[in-house]
Write a protein that binds this ligand. Structure first.
Ligand code: FAD
Length: 333
């Protein structure tokens, strides 16, 4: 026990030292409930918030070298973190906004930049290809990680290059070296995405804006607005034409409640949370109940679209990212 306390203390010193050396903000006492759109989830040992791509690349190199586990977080709009204490560093990338550089059809942007903001910027510049994504909350990094998509557009299709952290530096990899699948990519656990260059197509700004507005109104008409959610909780089944929302709706589960979590009465594939002390446990219990009923009544195995972040009680600062964790996580996406 003393030994573990000693290791944790040593790692705390190391984290402070790394953040201080690189001039990056490091905070204790934050909770996932403050950092995710579902507004649930437990305490985080350290949150480090780099502001530049170079800083972020250097930080993860130092953390990896010291054997300290970390996870990247954008706006937290696709993450359900459990209620326990999370003993690792959260790299909060939402301050790493940088600036958008547009050169002809090429658009370079940092991973912390807001995706809805980027859609507006490029629409104004007369560039088309991501206007369907205008209503998706979150950062560019989060969108790249899971190949965000909506209304006929997916970010992976237009990604020419991705900047990633390698050996403490910013490196560039071609977009076509990545597999961009339905809400899943071939990026591996431990890969930090720093930014991207997109190749878009010139078009009339008014036409692009009209398509973006149309996508937004469809979203407003079919999805809960202003509610605490993580978007669609489950992926649509790979085969079949019926979406998951319709399947859950037809089982009469809209409005179903478990404690602080509710199946949205507006869109059955959205789980929303309510109350100041909402719990991840409730959202997870409700999600598992949905999966169980869909399995039993429809013979369909629903796959999570939301990422489940479990606090592993056996993980301490001295462990980096384990292969087991990586496997568990990729099977949950
Ligand atoms: C109301 C609502 C509607 C939504 N609608 C849609 C939709 O139509 N289509 C859709 O695809 N999604 C949708 N989503 C889900 C979500 O907005 C997207 O997945 C978004 O792209 C996530 O971005 P984020 O910055 O919030 O990522 P986070 O939730 O912070 O992170 C998601 C994952 O990406 C990883 N990640 C984040 N940044 C980085 C980085 N820089 N490097 C490496 N890994 C990183 C995280 O570790 C995590 O695994 C919706 C969510 C909400 C709340």
């Amino acid at each position: 026990m003393n030994q573990i306390c000693g290791q944790v203390k040593r790692s705390m010193d190391v984290i402070e030292e790394i953040a201080g050396k690189l001039g990056v903000r490091a905070e204790r006492g934050r909770r996932f409930a403050e950092l995710t759109s579902l507004r649930v989830g437990g305490a985080i040992d350290w949150v480090i918030a780099p502001e530049t791509e170079a800083q972020a690349a250097a930080i993860v190199h130092e953390l990896d070298t010291a054997g300290i586990g970390w996870r990247p977080l954008g706006s937290g709009s696709n993450v359900l973190a459990d209620d326990r204490d999370h003993h690792y560093v959260v790299l909060n990338l939402s301050d790493m906004k940088g600036e958008v550089h547009i050169e002809g059809e090429l658009v370079s942007v940092s991973a912390g930049y807001s995706l809805p903001r980027l859609c507006i910027d490029v629409a104004r510049a007369g560039l088309s290809g991501i206007e369907g994504l205008g209503g998706i909350p979150g950062t560019v990094g989060g969108a790249l990680w899971m190949n965000a998509g909506a209304y006929g557009h997916e970010i992976g299709i237009v990604t020419e290059k991705v900047r990633v952290a390698r050996d403490g530096k910013v490196a560039e990899i071609p977009g076509n070296s990545i597999q961009w699948n339905y809400r899943h990519t071939s990026f591996r656990e431990g890969e930090l995405l720093l930014g991207a260059t997109l190749r878009l197509k010139p078009d009339d700004p008014d036409h692009i804006k009209a398509r973006m507005d149309e996508a937004k109104s469809k979203r407003l008409a079919t999805q809960p607005h202003g509610a605490r959610s993580a978007g669609c909780f489950f992926k649509n089944p790979p085969s079949g034409t019926v979406g998951t929302g319709k399947i859950i709706d037809e089982m009469g589960m809209k409005g179903e409640r478990r404690g602080s979590a509710i199946v949205s009465p507006v869109h059955a594939n959205f789980i929303v949370t309510e109350g100041e002390n909402a719990r991840a446990e409730d959202a997870l219990a409700l999600a598992e109940e949905i999966r169980e009923r869909v399995r039993r009544e429809q013979g369909i195995e629903l796959e999570y679209e939301v990422e489940l972040w479990r606090a592993d009680p056996s993980t301490d600062y001295t462990e980096g990212k384990s292969g087991d964790e990586s496997e568990e996580r990729s099977s949950e996406r």
